[in-house]
Design a protein. Structure first.
Length: 117
């Protein structure tokens, strides 16, 4: 699976962005998908995840109520809608795919989100 993240950019605090992750391969629906982020000088951290079916989602406490993860298996896409952005959301955001059975993981190249105060 190859992952291509896009949609990052510069936004003012309180604004919104929508990240997209396009996946290659015919078995997209066999993967749980997630978003992680890494701020400068910090370790990569979990942001949100969605099950292979789209029925179950998980969020980090820091983004709960502000971010929404979704997927479209027909289009092999996963999205992260980010609202009420804060300067502390500034980071490179990475798309992640984990196979539901083998747990093999794949990572996208990352897209930079910068939130100005």
């Amino acid at each position: 699976v190859q992952l291509q993240a896009s949609g990052g950019g510069l936004v003012q605090a309180g604004g919104s962005l929508r990240l997209s992750c396009a996946a290659s391969g015919r078995t997209f629906s066999s993967y749980n998908m997630g978003w992680f982020r890494q701020a400068p000088g910090k370790e990569r951290e979990f942001v949100a995840a969605i099950s292979w079916s789209g029925r179950t989602t998980y969020y980090a406490e820091s983004v709960k109520g502000r971010f929404t993860i979704s997927r479209d298996n027909a289009k092999r896409m996963v999205y992260l809608q980010m609202n009420s952005l804060k300067p502390e959301d500034t980071a490179v955001y990475y798309c992640n795919a984990r196979h539901v059975l083998s747990r093999v993981e794949y990572w996208g190249q990352g897209t930079l989100v910068t939130v100005s105060s």
